[in-house]
Design a protein around this ligand. Structure first.
Ligand code: SIN
Length: 300
């Protein structure tokens, strides 16, 4: 994105592509972090949006939870099966018997929640022989590269994110019946301000975003189709190939991701800890967002 890259003293950070992501070496997430390591991880996370920690040992559930908690309170998934004895850990698991695999379409995690996750930390323990990559897309760039008239139109609009169509029946084969889950829905600004960087990001995704509230159904379908396709362009993306114990930490406020299920009938398994975020909002800037629609996006 043409911005000067920060130097790190306690981490070895290698950019993954010019537009998104970095591989991180020189830190062992299976043991407690020093304050300096933590501060640099946080800075790298805000700069690169998704970090891939390489050469890792398997992280014990307690340590994985501890690492997540350094960034904030943990988020409880409304529907997914969790690890026995560790309800903070969402077990990602696809086998030959799976009917669905998690995260198969572009999304920002649980954007249907009132306060969707800030970030997600996933360590993969079993990988297929090949395949099972995860793609990520830069939603700052997706916003920045829209034309000025489209930016003006969508600044201040809000959209409904819902989950019934996703979560109903989804985890039944993993012991979570529909009576044990909840299917939240929430309205969020179409363009959100990142609370830590102050930058604007597009915040719609084809998994959860159903309707732009201020438009007719037809207008909303057309505008959303355009925004989804725009945000899924290859130039804003990276595709990460996992090795065992690789650990990804992505920022759901400015990234989408898509886990590719191309490895059936092989198995893929991992542990995911998710950090709670705040209610998305849009701050007024000269580009758009009138006081009226700003007020609306904060109230909804
Ligand atoms: C997800 O958390 O959406 C799944 C990501 C993955 O399995 O790579």
């Amino acid at each position: 994105m043409g911005e000067a890259r920060r130097e790190f003293k306690f981490l070895d950070v290698k950019p993954f592509s010019p537009n998104l992501g970095a591989e991180v070496y020189g830190v062992d997430l299976s043991s407690p972090l020093t304050e300096s390591q933590f501060n640099e991880i946080r800075a790298a996370f805000l700069e690169y949006q998704v970090l891939f920690f390489k050469d890792q040992h398997e992280i014990a559930p307690e340590q994985h939870i501890e690492f997540g908690k350094r960034f904030g309170k943990l988020h409880a998934h409304p529907a997914a099966p969790t690890m026995k004895g560790h309800s903070e850990i969402f077990e990602i698991h696809a086998t030959k018997d799976s009917k669905v695999a998690n995260g198969e379409f572009w999304h920002s995690d649980v954007s249907c929640d009132e306060e969707p996750p800030l970030g997600t930390i996933l360590q993969i323990h079993i990988t297929p022989k090949c395949g099972g990559d995860t793609m990520f897309s830069n939603m700052y760039l997706a916003y920045e590269t829209l034309s000025a008239p489209i930016k003006k139109m969508i600044n201040g609009l809000t959209a409904l994110h819902s989950s019934e169509h996703i979560y109903t029946g989804r985890y039944a084969d993993r012991g979570k019946s529909d009576t044990e889950i909840s299917c939240p829905e929430a309205n969020h600004p179409v363009v959100r301000t990142h609370p830590d960087t102050g930058k604007k990001a597009l915040y719609v995704n084809r998994t959860f975003t159903k309707q732009i509230n201020e438009l007719t159904k037809f207008e909303s379908d057309c505008v959303l189709a355009m925004l989804f396709e725009h945000a899924e362009q290859v130039n804003y993306q990276i595709r990460f190939r996992w090795s065992i114990n690789d650990t990804a930490f992505w920022d759901n406020r400015c990234c989408m991701h898509h886990a590719i299920w191309d490895y059936w009938p092989e198995e893929r398994k991992g542990h995911r800890v998710t950090i709670k975020g705040e209610r998305p909002y849009l701050e007024a800037t000269k580009e758009g967002s009138t006081p009226e629609n700003l007020r609306l996006s904060r109230q909804l």
